[in-house]
Design a protein around this ligand. Sequence first.
Ligand code: BGC
Length: 490
Amino acid sequence: MCRQFFIFCILVSAIIGSEAADTCNSSIFPSTFKFGAGTSAFQIEGGWNEDGKSRSWWDWFSNSYSIYINNATGNTASDSYHQYKQDIASMVAMGLPNYRFSLSWTRILPKGLNYSINQAGVDYYNNLLDELEAAGIEPLVTIYHWDTPYALDFLGGWTNPKMVDYFVAYADIAFNLFGDRVKLWATINEPKSFCEGIPSVVVNLFPEMPIGTYEYLCGHHAILAHAKAYRLYKEKYQATQQGRVSLVLDLGYNMGLTNSTVDEDAAERKNLFEFGWFAHPIVYGDYPDIMQEVIANNSARQGFPVSRLPKFTSSEKLLVQGAYDLIMLNTYTSYMITMANYSNSPSYQNDLQTSTSQSSEWLSSGLSTFKVHPEGTRKVLKWISDTYASPEIIITENGFSDNTATLNDTERISFINGTLTNIRLSMCDDGVNVTGYFYWSLIDSMEWNSGYTVKFGLVQVDFDSENHTRTLKNSAYYYKNVIETRLVNG
Ligand code: BGC
């Protein structure tokens, strides 16, 4: 667009340049704001058993229970293990300056443990990073996006305290091998999703699963693993690599079903159980009081000798508190919250004890629970800023899905436009320090339980063609224009 409207673009750049003066133009993003898009290894790579890679839990699960997830596996996925150059070509075509992707633990460490490194896996990520660098695209690398080595599940996965050291050893290898080119690291993606979301689905298949205990053990070790990896980076790599490290947390905007105090309190309770579960320890050194109280009381009522929520020792509190350089937030939708009746069977959901609905006025999307409410983005940003002492925030995921992969994706365009408008209002009018936005997802991919029925991509993938041909959707051109002009229309 800038080629066609040269004078217009010069004017826009002049306005952006004056951002440092004290005006905040709510239609124009500053030149320092990071626009990007993201993916994760299991969802796009495929090549699930190639060149020395071993199975992750998701490889095992999707091949054993694919019926349960729309007959899908990640065996080929979007084939990015072979087509990553096409991905980069798509990024170049849309002028994308930042790309978030994740490393596959079992491609680098097939045994899960650090005694045996798979050089072919390391080569893959070196090639990807080198090509990104050549294209002038900055990476944000997630070390772990849910694809736990299946080998480590035999050792209890995230419920095993040793998982902390296994993860740190893996993160050490990632920092060491790739940190010369990576300046933004996310250690772990959405611990709530794999500690609570996945078990709450899997328990239907394996009723013996000890939910109510599993979630908090998993979360505890994920927090400690993140914090230890963060400290390791600071001690061993910060001076030479100069990167920044955080973990990715997710929160949809929770509002009271009505404006009664009971409903408002229920919404706040849900914010603290969902986001505070992880953010409170890293910002304040311990779990939110309400979680500590509720889970201790419920555990006692249910006959547990101690609370199902583990406790941090005093040295662990020092380890976790402050283990972040910024907040990385995934946010998609909003919810209306009220209290639910108490149920005496142990589970995270029964401790949370809220019930959730969404407004019938909000547009539906490809995922039934992700109705469209872009105003929620501004509210969730404000809640985080107010609750956690005005941190810098990068939105590491936000996106709209459909079931068709249409190229004429007008609903996705208005979703992104609405969200960016709210982000800019949040920056200008609420004073929230948002410094980046990564659309989810760069390309159509394997959407976990929904398989290939749900498409989030800016870029369509033809899953039936031999090369998994990529085609930019209209939203990719819309985003290209936003990136070039920094302008949103409101
Ligand atoms: C996950 C992504 C997923 C997206 C949409 C996020 O919670 O990090 O992997 O594709 O939600 O469901």
